[in-house]
Design a protein around this ligand. Structure first.
Ligand code: SAH
Length: 345
């Protein structure tokens, strides 16, 4: 099995049968080996630098009904909120002072934020913080809307593909949503010159080795600048409320495989990873990740953007969160840097 990991390290690719073999014959030893090589590749490309992104969760209204997600339309228990432009700019101001040079505006698919409102927000952030990158994570839009966001100055877009397997996709989403359209959105984002992020949940219900192989083949073909993966975590008020969570070791393994396959990709150690294990984010970095995304949302709304049970960092101020994170990163020999942290191809 080490031979397959070596091959991935040397050629950055495997075929579907090889991925399948790699995923089904894991041992502790091969997991460790993958991690060591992934760490080496991270260091070669990024040294000990860890990029930070200030995450602003600006609305939890959503028209979609994804079966796994805590802010799905049908969850009547979710307390809905949205931030206005001034609130968002306040978050950016606080973040800028702390050293953030990327702001990630994430939210549900909220009809209130029309193309006009969104482009106004993007322009305002870019005007006030011209040295910062703006990343959007607000779901599926048509080409012309993505284009308008881009023209307004947005630099990056995160849209996890969730699963590259159509049948699996249909078990996680209502019929109104399709894997085909999600992939088309990702291709449009790339065409428009966004640094584009795809990704999936590890251990989502009905995930199989075959679907994971498709995820990796899809990611190799798309060649995104960013890939976000984290464990699936049940949210009690969703149809998947009683499903099993994804595991730490699986998530770390797939992170390492991603680092070997896409050496320069920006890979976050996600909040979900930090939620399933107290040192999840540090372990994510040690498995090959090089980005963390601390929360810049006002503390008053943090607990309402609950995608899954027990989400971490819902009670702390941004400054506190960042200080805490810096200590954690220092403890593993890494350091948080101030800078946009763009993709370098
Ligand atoms: N509306 C935006 C943002 C979605 S939230 C969009 O459609 O892209 C960001 C990500 O959180 C999702 O893409 C999903 O992969 C993840 N997520 C949602 N529910 C989750 C859960 N229960 N466990 C783990 N991750 C989850």
């Amino acid at each position: 099995m080490k031979a397959l990991i070596d091959k991935l390290y040397e050629t950055q690719s495997l075929d579907s049968r090889e991925f399948c073999r790699l995923f089904t014959s894991r041992t502790e030893e091969t997991d460790t080996y993958a991690k060591e090589l992934a760490c080496k590749v991270r260091k070669k490309n990024f040294g000990n630098d860890i990029y930070i992104r200030g995450l602003i969760e600006f609305t939890n209204y959503c028209k979609n009904d994804c079966y796994y997600c805590g802010i799905r339309k049908s969850n009547t228990k979710a307390q809905r909120y949205r931030l206005d432009k001034e609130d968002i700019l306040d978050c950016c101001r606080a973040g800028y002072e702390l050293g953030f040079r990327t702001f990630v505006l994430q939210g549900g698919e909220d009809g209130y934020f029309t193309e006009d409102r969104m482009t106004d927000i993007i322009r305002s952030v870019k005007e006030q913080y011209p040295d910062c990158a703006v990343t959007l994570s607000i779901g599926e839009k048509d080409f012309s809307t993505y284009q308008a966001y881009r023209n307004a100055g947005a630099d990056r877009y995160l849209l996890r593909h969730e699963t590259a397997d159509e049948e699996h996709y249909a078990t996680l989403h209502p019929p109104a949503l399709s894997s085909g359209y999600r992939k088309e959105c990702l291709r449009n984002l790339k065409k428009l010159g966004f640094q584009t992020g795809a990704g999936f949940m590890v251990g989502s219900p009905y995930q199989t080795t075959e679907s994971l192989v498709k995820d990796f083949l899809f990611l190799k073909e798309l060649n995104p600048e960013m890939v976000g993966i984290g464990p699936f975590i049940a949210h009690k008020d969703t149809p998947f409320g009683k499903e099993k969570n994804g595991t730490l070791s699986d998530t770390l393994f797939y992170l390492s495989i991603l680092r070997l396959m896409l050496p320069r990709a920006l890979l976050p150690a996600t909040t979900a990873l930090g939620t399933i294990h107290p040192r999840g984010r540090e372990l994510g970095i040690l498995a090959g990740a090089n980005v963390v995304m601390p929360n810049l949302s006002p503390v008053s709304v943090r607990k309402k953007y609950l995608l899954y049970n027990d989400k971490i960092c819902t009670g702390e101020e941004a400054a506190e969160g960042l200080a805490n994170l810096k200590v954690r990163m220092d403890s593993i020999g890494c350091h948080v840097v101030t800078g946009r942290g763009d993709y370098k191809g």
